[in-house]
Write a protein that binds this ligand. Structure first.
Ligand code: HEC
Ligand code: HEC
Length: 150
């Protein structure tokens, strides 16, 4: 009886030692220690385009796509409860004077009194859908082809 316990313990010890020898640490997919801080991107990307009014619209690649922002947004991309700088040019009141494309019709609904069209609040955060452009190399190769032919 005593002997079989000793053999059993020896087997467990051998298994533990073997396991430790095999263990090389967990390799995380992100390639770094999970507790380490994320590295900032190496380059600071600059948005393409100059001030609004100088660009051509960027071709859409699929039907129903939110058009991409062709102009720089550096000084007027602030969207807060109090102000929405995109609306300074694209709103229904301002677009003619600013010679900017008018908000999409889908973004508007009649006000409660039915007198004028106003922006739907679920469209308020313009840059959730409309994004400025950066001349960056794609992170992965893609063979995507848009469905709108030029
Ligand atoms: C100073 C006026 C002005 C401001 C502010 C402005 N835009 Fe524009 N936007 C324009 C003009 C003018 C164009 C036409 C293209 C051009 O000339 O750059 C345009 C084009 C666009 C287009 C392309 C539309 C299409 O049909 O292809 C989108 C999308 C857009 N702007 C979104 C935005 C968003 C989002 C903001 C806020 C971050 C914003 N714009 C702020 C004037 C402005
Ligand atoms: C939930 C996504 C979404 C949000 C938020 C949004 N848009 Fe759009 N926008 C679209 C889509 C999709 C289109 C193209 C189809 C359409 O007109 O609905 C579009 C079209 C446009 C166009 C081109 C209209 C035309 O007739 O060609 C302009 C300009 C525009 N949006 C500006 C804005 C501005 C400014 C804001 C913020 C106040 C905004 N959008 C918020 C999705 C969005």
């Amino acid at each position: 009886m005593k002997r079989s316990v000793t053999i059993g313990l020896a087997a467990v010890l051998a298994a533990v030692l073997y396991g430790c020898a095999q263990y090389g640490g967990v390799a995380a997919l992100r390639g770094s220690d999970t507790a380490a801080a994320d590295q900032a991107p190496a380059a600071h990307f600059v948005y393409m385009g100059k001030k609004p009014g100088l660009q051509k619209p960027i071709d859409r690649t699929i039907k129903g796509q939110p058009p991409l922002v062709p102009h720089a947004v550096d000084n007027f991309d602030e969207i807060t409860v109090a102000e929405n700088q995109c609306m300074d040019c694209h709103s229904i009141e301002k677009y003619r004077e600013k010679q900017a494309p008018k908000l999409g019709d889908s973004h508007l609904a009649f006000s409660k009194d039915g007198m004028k069209k106003t922006l739907l609040m679920d469209r308020y955060q313009c840059n959730t859908c409309h994004v400025p452009q950066v001349d960056a190399k794609p992170l992965v190769e893609t063979n995507f082809v848009g469905s709108i032919q030029k």
